[in-house]
Design a protein around this ligand. Structure first.
Ligand code: ADP
Length: 306
């Protein structure tokens, strides 16, 4: 079983020619309300790819909360431990301009109420993989990591949106998932090699991660693919995973599709490299359709694409 503990958000998107200046009112066009939030997305990706997933989170007693429970449960996610609270469901208010540039404001709402007390060790019994991100309070993430670790699960931490983490949380993390921007911030502004740099150039980053207690790190590089960094594998400390060539129309949520894919395949017993290869195909397919959860591939779609 996979436990995903973290955020659920309603993504409220409006389209406009250009983004407004302070004090300005513009006429936009179109409006969409879609299920989102990193943890909800990751849970849906893992479930569609065949994982048995339980989501721990919080939504409000409002229509957005109903929408999120419906979208995650219809993908097969167990939402019986998602709590309903008095605060409104978390939202991301997204403006997208004619060039595809966006500006986003997130209000955590119910997500901010997810507390260490909601991470009861009994919920983690028998878990193979625990999957976490930073859209809920850090002490809650840490409590979930501890409970997962104590249950013998593999703890995945998606360091997004970037925030500094404690040494304890780093040490409880078995696999860190970052994009190159988050990796650089985590390493204190370390200049990350170019996406196409020879693998030897990543050895410095591997040493720095290992110095922070993180031996296994997946770095996603957008259209350039991803890397598996593993300081415990002296024969192959860096494995480059080439991107799957697709016609990308919307890369929103690709990182979450990737994380969910890694969780699903690690829970099924794959090695980290095999899980990352599978997740890379899932993430690429997610970019070929608009939206996030609805765009994620099922295991059957993925095997027919390969
Ligand atoms: P994030 O959205 O978290 O920054 P990335 O942009 O790095 O994440 O994308 C995550 C993964 O999605 C990449 O490692 C890659 O496997 C896949 N991906 C993203 N964009 C493309 C693309 N244009 N073509 C193929 N795969 C892609």
């Amino acid at each position: 079983r996979i436990i995903v503990a973290g955020s659920l958000n309603a993504d409220l998107t409006i389209y406009t020619e250009r983004l407004p200046s302070p004090g300005e009112t513009l006429h936009g066009h179109g409006f969409a309300v879609n299920p989102g939030g990193k943890s909800a997305n990751q849970a849906v990706s893992a479930a569609k790819l065949g994982g048995a997933v339980t989501l721990l989170g919080a939504v409000g007693q409002d229509a957005n909360g109903e929408m999120l429970l419906a979208s995650t449960s219809s993908a097969g996610v167990d939402v019986s431990s998602v709590k309903r609270v008095a605060e409104p469901t978390g939202v991301a208010v997204i403006s997208v301009d004619a060039r595809g540039e966006n500006s986003i404001i997130i209000s955590a709402g119910a997500n901010a109420t997810l507390s260490p007390a909601d991470m009861a060790p009994a919920l983690f019994e028998g878990a193979g993989v625990v999957c976490l991100c930073l859209e809920v309070p850090l002490e809650t993430v840490q409590a979930a990591a501890q409970a997962g670790h104590d249950a013998g699960a593999t703890v995945l931490l998606n360091l997004s949106p970037y925030a500094p983490i404690t040494t304890e949380l780093a040490q409880l993390t078995d696999v860190l998932l970052v994009n190159s921007h988050e990796a650089s911030e985590f390493l204190g502004g370390f200049a990350m090699p170019a996406a196409d740099a020879p693998v030897d150039e990543w050895r410095g980053a591997i040493e720095k991660f290992a110095g922070r207690g993180l031996n296994k790190v997946l770095v996603t590089l957008g259209a350039a693919g991803s890397l598996v960094l593993d300081s415990t594998n002296s024969a192959a400390p860096v494995v480059r995973i080439a991107p799957t060539q697709v016609n990308a129309v919307d890369t929103t949520g690709a990182g979450d599709a990737f994380t969910g894919g890694v969780a699903a395949r690690l829970a099924a017993g794959d090695t980290l490299v095999a899980a990352a290869r599978y997740a890379s195909v899932a993430a690429a397919l997610a970019t070929t359709k608009k939206g996030t959860q609805a765009a994620y591939a099922t295991a059957a779609e993925l095997s027919s694409a390969e």
